[in-house]
Design a protein around this ligand. Structure first.
Ligand code: FAD
Length: 637
């Protein structure tokens, strides 16, 4: 608002006519602002006014210093220099921005390619359906044709705004199992076992179940229990209990096995993204500069030392320099892409695109893991589902009132209310191998139009897939999406576990009291019976449940695929860490948002600790060094 006031107070007057070049107008959010310059203004002055206004209207924060163009920086000799430059304001980036700027000692710059999170549907949990394919707030990636999924390209949404994917996700609040983190530790990553991660899980949350040995009650992220108020979800829970799964109200104590209502990342009925939880309280700090619409195109190196980031904003190129470290938080698809473009990647990829290697790291972009979801849909005997509510005006009004008056109902908790973690192959797995997301809603595609009958969905996913894929450059153009190949269902175990999960869902649906509500199986349908038919159904209909990770995995020095060490420092270079879900060596058993926040909380502590111990050498930016690395770059290219 202050910026609008500034714009209007500026010595320009709103235009009465629209004659150019004396006037210009711009669309800002829902407002159309029109300006006309007084006749006495010279062309040069008009031009400078325009630039000033545009900068003020389009910069995301109240920082007094706005970046100068690269040319200006050289002319004025005042490069934008920070202690830390963070790329990506997603689940992890917002946490780092807050924690590293908290003590006031360090200057932090946060670059985010997307716009601010102003779109109202980001903040209302059911708005998930609106942001799922939104061209402005979503990167809308696709995989390459998947060989084991009938050659289909699978839609891979990713958040593109402050909060990143935590601003568009399904809000389910899950940590994973104790064994996931113990496995990370046993793979050669000291400090990453469950017992060492637990303090950070507790630190990051305010859990409405209250504090306990495993829960926190004073952290920025809110874990809110979905109110147990839906007759169909109750029936799902009762039927699951009858097939032997215990009822639980907390999936997050490390054991996970059980059925119940989920907890979601909301606060007072609104989405609690990391932008809301971490960035909002920090954004007025004078030592934190938040730059939106800033697309990082290259990590700058001086020799093997990361010294800053080049980014584009509205067609202009800028550079920011990091005295201490560059922190890459662009997510599992774009962190490896940016590393490869910047010269850190597999030899084959670098040579294919003629990129001069800064460091050959074979693991960058490899080890992609994701959860594949298979959705079974049923027609329900009674009109008690969200399908019925959203199809009628009174239903919609009732949902709106429920949200306004009690902050409950589908608007407040999103789509999936019930959850289950179970063992579809108990003879092979001592802990849950399948997760259920149960929704009193059905639609042909995720977030698509609901069916015109009362419906429900059992979405199942295998928790620890063995299939591995990759993210590799498609072109040297940073804005072009990389090639993503998840190789879903490429191992026998993955196929067997997924088929077993579908059969488990059918058992629950056929058990009372759930059976009484099931009118017919809409999909897969009664004709799909044998294991082969079920597998074929999965190949034709399964999609992702949006948890790509592992593409810059953490691991010990002797592992050639390990990109970062246990401190998340990129091996082979200096001054560069990756902090996001791409560092997971193996995908955790569940949804990945809260584990990513935990990773960032732990990373912030590591960075600040190494700072306290004076272990990190400070990189002094001086113009001659920068000029030298520029020269090196020009020679290389
Ligand atoms: C539709 C959907 C539903 C999901 N549902 C759930 C759920 O219910 N529960 C759950 O726990 N998890 C869920 N997830 C997964 C979870 O949200 C992600 O795993 C998590 O947010 C990943 O965090 P991140 O920090 O690694 O990446 P992100 O949060 O994706 O952040 C990356 C950020 O970097 C920015 N960026 C990328 N490239 C650049 C660049 N070159 N320059 C500048 N900025 C850049 C992006 O715009 C983005 O803001 C879901 C994800 C999606 C997409």
């Amino acid at each position: 608002m202050t910026r609008y006031v500034f714009a209007w107070c500026f010595p320009l007057v709103p235009s009465r006519n629209n004659r150019l070049p004396r006037s210009f107008s711009i669309q800002k959010s829902i407002f159309r602002l029109r300006f006309q310059f007084p006749a006495r203004f010279s062309l040069r002055r008009r031009f400078r006014c325009c630039i000033k206004i545009l900068r003020h209207l389009d910069t995301s924060c109240n920082q007094p210093t706005l970046p100068l163009s690269v040319g200006d920086q050289w002319r004025h000799g005042s490069m934008q220099t920070f202690d830390y430059v963070i790329v990506g304001a997603g689940s992890a980036g917002c946490v780092l921005a807050n924690r590293l700027s908290q003590n006031g000692k360090f200057k932090v710059c946060l670059l985010e390619a997307g716009p601010r999170d102003r779109y109202p549907w980001i903040h209302i949990p059911i708005g998930y359906a609106k942001t799922m394919t939104h061209p402005e707030y979503n990167w809308r990636f696709y995989t390459e044709p998947e060989p084991e999924l009938a050659g289909r390209k699978i839609y891979q949404p990713r958040g593109r705004t402050l909060g990143g994917s935590s601003s568009i996700n399904g809000l389910i609040y899950i940590r994973g199992q104790r064994r996931d983190y113990d496995e990370w530790r046993d793979l050669g990553n000291p400090g990453w076992g469950w017992d060492e991660c637990l303090p950070y899980f507790r630190k990051l949350e305010t859990n409405d179940l209250g504090a306990s040995a495993t829960r926190g009650d004073s952290g920025p992220m809110h874990a809110t229990s979905v109110p147990p108020e839906h007759e169909l979800v109750d029936a799902f829970i009762a039927a699951s209990e009858r097939v032997g799964v215990p009822r639980v109200n907390d999936f997050n104590d490390g054991r996970q096995e059980g059925v119940g209502y989920f907890q979601v990342s909301t606060k007072n009925g609104f989405r609690c993204s990391t932008a809301v939880a971490y960035l909002k309280p920090a954004k007025h700090r004078t030592n934190l500069h938040i730059e939106t619409l800033a697309y990082a195109t290259k990590i700058l190196f001086h020799g093997k030392r990361a010294t800053g980031v080049r980014y584009t904003r509205q067609g202009q190129s800028f550079e920011v320099h990091a005295k201490r470290e560059v922190l890459l938080c662009a997510g599992a698809i774009q962190s490896p892409q940016l590393l490869q473009i910047s010269g850190v990647g597999p030899a084959k990829v670098l040579s294919e695109f003629g990129i001069t290697p800064v460091h050959v790291s074979e693991g960058v972009g490899e080890n992609l893991q994701d959860h594949l979801q298979v959705r079974l849909m049923y027609e329900v005997t009674k009109p008690i589902t969200t399908n019925d509510a959203v199809r009628s005006l009174t239903g919609k009004a009732a949902m709106g009132l429920q949200w306004l008056l009690r902050r409950s109902g589908p608007l407040a908790v999103g789509i999936n209310h019930g959850g289950m973690f179970c063992r579809a192959l108990p003879e092979e797995n001592a802990t849950p191998d399948i997760q259920f997301h149960f929704a009193a809603l059905s639609a042909d595609s995720t977030a698509g139009a609901v069916h015109d009958f009362p419906g429900c969905t059992y979405s199942i996913c295998q928790l620890r897939p063995e299939s591995r894929g990759f993210v590799r450059l498609r072109s040297l153009e940073p804005s072009e999406a990389p090639r993503i190949q998840a190789n879903y269902l490429s191992t026998e175990t993955d196929r067997r576990t997924t088929v077993a999960g579908v059969k488990f869902a059918r058992r629950v649906a056929a058990t009372e009291p759930m059976a009484g509500y099931m009118k017919r199986e809409y999909r897969p349908g009664p004709d799909i019976r044998t294991d082969e038919e079920i597998l074929q159904f999965c190949r034709e209909y399964a999609t992702t449940i949006f948890h790509p990770s592992g593409t810059t995995k953490m691991g010990p020095a002797h592992d050639p695929g390990a990109v970062v060490d246990a401190q998340l420092r990129v091996r082979g270079v200096e001054g560069l860490r990756v902090v996001d879900c791409s560092i997971m060596p193996t995908l955790i058993s569940g949804n990945t948002n809260i584990p990513t926040v935990m990773i960032a909380e732990k990373a912030a502590d590591m960075i600040l600790n190494s700072e306290r111990q004076g272990a990190e050498p400070t990189y002094v930016v001086n113009t001659s060094q920068v000029r030298a690395s520029r020269q090196q770059e020009v020679t290389n290219s």
